[in-house]
Ligand binder design. Structure first.
Ligand code: M6R
Length: 359
């Protein structure tokens, strides 16, 4: 049931605060992450993590690659499942092969898991659906506990995947001694704050509703961000494409001047992710360059940005990961409202299925 929401996607955006609490439940110790479901020896002898997925799950995996290298100090590589399965990848035994999938049934991702098993790699599945094919096949599983996701456009599944990855980065950090107990404890208190930071406020939703009017027509959208905000930009662009059918691309903010900025004009909308706590000055100067070339800018940030045509303020927070989750909600609502204004069926976008179980 939609419980009074216009679409399941809207309901699922609003549910995120509750489902993230479920994701965290029982997993946050005082200064360690508890994954009872993992064998204590899973990371023994592991020098590399390979993450493999499709679509939104791939964006969550890309986010994980930043967290794993930054906090766990472990080499991490990233694979799009449909590509990986048809090249001739080198798989070494010191690699943990991780598949990420909401459904646990995506054909390409499942196939890569079979390849990793055949190569005798240790495998881990991060899935939402218990007893799915990937859960049954992998050596170990972490369930994301997002509950049933009905909207074709994934929202709460992504939020829970990123939360699991943040926890996993700390779990590995403890085993690799790359963060001390105090550092892990301070991450854990930040993790406890996530549910309140992804709560949708009426004021925020109303602002985005009003603002969405400006973004119905134009040449297209750039979603830009740096570091872990780059996969979030990719995810924002994918959300918009899927349900509004408008052309949108996610880009690393620093790449603009290597070609894409040639497209800048007032009909080119830039959605700029400007976290205060990660590379703020660098990202800001990339946005200024786009503004100087007349792109219409919508900035998402904690503090006002004078070069922006529109500004969406997130609440003040002291860490970039909290800004990440706040911005994630903004991007989801923006796509939702643009799609609704365009009269689209948000939950059943054309040409798409919830689970891609054939190639
Ligand atoms: O079930 P999975 O996470 O394996 O699905 C992967 C993609 O098909 C999925 O994330 C797709 O991109 C969504 N429609 C995104 O909103």
């Amino acid at each position: 049931q939609k419980d009074g929401y216009r679409f399941f996607m809207e309901k699922e955006i609003y549910e995120q605060s509750v489902v993230i609490s479920d994701t965290l439940m029982g997993r946050l110790g005082e200064n360690e992450i508890i994954f009872d479901e993992l064998d204590k020896t899973l990371f023994d002898g592991i020098n590399e993590i390979k993450l493999c997925a499709c679509g939104t799950s791939y964006h969550a995996a890309m986010s994980a690659s930043y967290l794993f290298e930054r906090y766990s100090k472990i080499k991490t590589s990233l694979e799009i499942a449909s590509e990986f399965r048809y090249r001739e990848p080198i798989m070494t035994k010191d690699t943990l092969f991780v598949v990420i999938s909401q459904s646990g049934e995506t054909a390409d991702t499942l196939e890569t898991l079979k390849m990793a098993k055949a190569a005798n790699l240790k495998t881990l599945a991060i899935c939402n659906v218990d007893n799915s094919s990937m859960v049954r096949l992998a050596d170990a599983t972490i369930l994301t506990r997002a509950g049933i996701e009905k909207g074709v456009a994934s929202t709460k599944a992504f939020a829970t995947q990123v939360s699991v990855f943040w926890m996993l980065s700390l779990y590995i950090a403890k085993r690799k001694n790359s963060l001390n107990a105090q550092e892990i404890a301070s991450h854990i208190s930040l993790l406890r704050e996530v549910p309140s930071h992804i709560k949708v406020t009426d004021a925020m939703h109303e602002r985005i509703k009003r603002l969405s009017k400006r973004y119905l027509h134009g040449h297209g959208f750039f979603f830009i961000g740096r570091d872990i905000f780059y996969p979030l930009a990719l995810e924002g662009a994918l959300k918009l494409k899927e349900i509004s059918y408008l052309h949108a691309e996610g880009y690393p903010a620093g790449e603009m001047k290597h070609g894409p900025i040639a497209l800048a004009d007032p009909e080119l909308f830039t959605i700029a992710l400007l976290p205060k706590h990660l590379h703020y000055e660098k990202s800001k100067s990339n946005v200024e360059e786009l503004s100087a070339r007349d792109s219409t800018i919508c900035a998402i940030s904690q503090s006002e940005f004078d070069k922006a045509d529109d500004f969406i303020q997130i609440s003040s927070c002291e860490h970039y990961m909290l800004e990440f989750f706040e911005m994630m909600v903004v991007l989801q609502l923006l796509s939702l409202e643009i799609s609704i204004r365009l009269g689209n069926d948000v939950d059943m976008p054309r040409n798409l299925a919830k689970s891609v179980t054939v190639e």
